[in-house]
Design a protein around this ligand. Structure first.
Ligand SMILES: C[S@@+](CC[C@H](N)C(=O)[O-])C[C@H]1O[C@@H](n2cnc3c(N)ncnc32)[C@H](O)[C@@H]1O
Length: 226
């Protein structure tokens, strides 16, 4: 919470925080940049560095065995979740964009993540099939795909997450748009921002999880399945 007596210069504080994190984790920072720049042809979205560190620390504490990532993108988050794991049974990551998928296969090879399964699949198709086949439940799920879809993923995630499992969602601030009055939103955000806000509220109210929201990167939530 912002304390009314604080007189913070937030821009300077965030830059200070970035410097601290980069110097405390210089090897990870180098990897972060290497992955983003790997076979770089055009912009590919990736989690911010502090978000990547959050994913890393949570994986380090939890040591999950069955992992699901929805939204591979550049592969940065995959790397940061995978890096601290001491053992692993399954790690599925989903990417519907074919060129990102093809680049991703090389990223997995080049950054020593051969035991990660990257699928060029639509997440909804994969999740429905996974739910029906009753494979082992996931104990670490990272949701970072289309923000307008988060709400639709939730009922399926509820069924495939293990007790005590972590559900981590990125972009809960949606580029800061969640704090803008809805009648001020530009056309491309008019439908998606209210949907994401609804998701944030529903997740927080769900009796299935203990949920907290954090000011990390573009906003992140951590929900722990009861
Ligand atoms: C924000 S990016 C992910 C960034 C990634 N987590 C990283 O750190 O590099 C979201 C990705 O999700 C993919 N995506 C969106 N909707 C999807 C769906 N329904 N199924 C599979 N992939 C999807 C997009 O193509 C995009 O590459």
């Amino acid at each position: 919470m912002i304390n009314k007596n604080d007189n913070y210069d937030y821009a300077k504080l965030f830059s200070y925080l970035d410097d601290l994190n980069s110097s405390a984790n210089s090897d990870l920072m180098n990897k972060y940049q290497e992955i983003i720049e790997y076979e770089f042809t055009h912009f590919i979205p990736a989690v911010r560095f502090d978000s990547a560190l959050f994913l890393y620390q949570l994986a380090l504490i939890k040591q999950p065995q069955n992992i699901l990532e929805i939204g591979f993108g550049s592969g940065v988050s995959t790397y940061f979740i995978h890096k601290p794991l001491m053992s692993l049974k399954s790690f599925f990551t989903l990417e519907k964009d074919e060129s990102r998928y093809r680049r991703g296969l090389n990223v997995l090879k080049s950054f020593e993540m051969e035991n990660v399964t990257l699928l060029n699949d639509d997440a909804f198709t994969f999740l429905q099939e996974y739910r029906d086949k009753k494979y082992p439940k996931f104990d670490y799920i990272f949701l970072d795909a289309g923000k307008k879809d988060y709400l639709s993923y939730l009922p399926i995630i509820d069924e495939i997450i293990a007790q005590g499992g972590f559900l981590i969602c990125d972009n809960t601030f949606f580029n800061g748009k969640v704090a803008i009055e809805e009648d001020q939103l530009t056309k491309s955000y008019i439908k998606s921002v209210p949907l994401l806000k609804k998701f944030n509220i529903e997740l927080g109210k769900s009796n299935l999880y203990n949920t907290s929201y954090f000011w990390i990167g573009d906003g992140m939530s951590l929900s722990i399945r009861k």
